[in-house]
Design a protein around this ligand. Structure first.
Ligand SMILES: [Zn+2]
Length: 123
C-alpha cells in the first residue's frame, strides 16, 4: 500500500528532483528550498524517490479546477466590499425600523389621546 503523500521542504532523497519536470526549485528571494510533494515508499527507475515540485503541484491543482490565488484574491476583495455594503444596509434598516416604531407609537398615542378626549367630553 502506498503511504499518503507528504508535503516536505526540499528533496533529500535521490534523485533530488521533481519526477515531472526534473527541477528542484528554490525560493528566489530567500534561497531556501521550496515545498515539494513527496510520495513515501514509491520508487521509479530502480530506486529513485518521487517528488513533485511546487510549480508542478500548482499546475496539477489548477488542472483539477482549484481556484487560482488571483481568483481567490478577487473573490476576497469582492466579499469584503459586499460585506461592507451589507453592514451599511443593515444599519440603515435598523434605523428605519426604529423610526417606524416611533411613528407607530406616536400614532397610537394620538389615537389614545383622541379617545380619552372623547370620553371626557361625554362625561
Ligand atoms: Zn516539477
Amino acid at each position: 500500500m502506498i503511504a499518503p503523500l507528504e508535503l516536505v521542504k526540499g528533496m533529500e532523497l535521490t534523485p533530488q528532483a521533481c519526477v515531472l519536470c526534473g527541477n528542484n526549485p528554490i525560493d528566489e528571494n530567500t534561497g531556501e528550498q521550496q515545498d515539494a510533494v513527496f510520495a513515501p515508499g514509491v520508487d521509479v527507475d530502480w530506486g529513485s524517490s518521487v517528488y513533485i515540485c511546487k510549480s508542478c503541484g500548482e499546475l496539477i491543482a489548477d488542472l483539477f479546477g482549484r481556484v487560482t490565488k488571483e481568483g481567490f484574491d478577487r473573490l476576497t476583495t469582492k466579499y469584503e466590499k459586499l460585506k461592507g455594503e451589507h453592514e451599511k444596509l443593515q444599519d440603515q434598516h435598523e434605523r428605519a425600523k426604529a423610526l417606524l416604531d416611533r411613528i407607530r407609537d406616536g400614532r397610537a398615542a394620538v389615537r389614545e389621546n383622541k379617545a380619552q378626549t372623547k370620553r371626557e367630553k361625554v362625561k
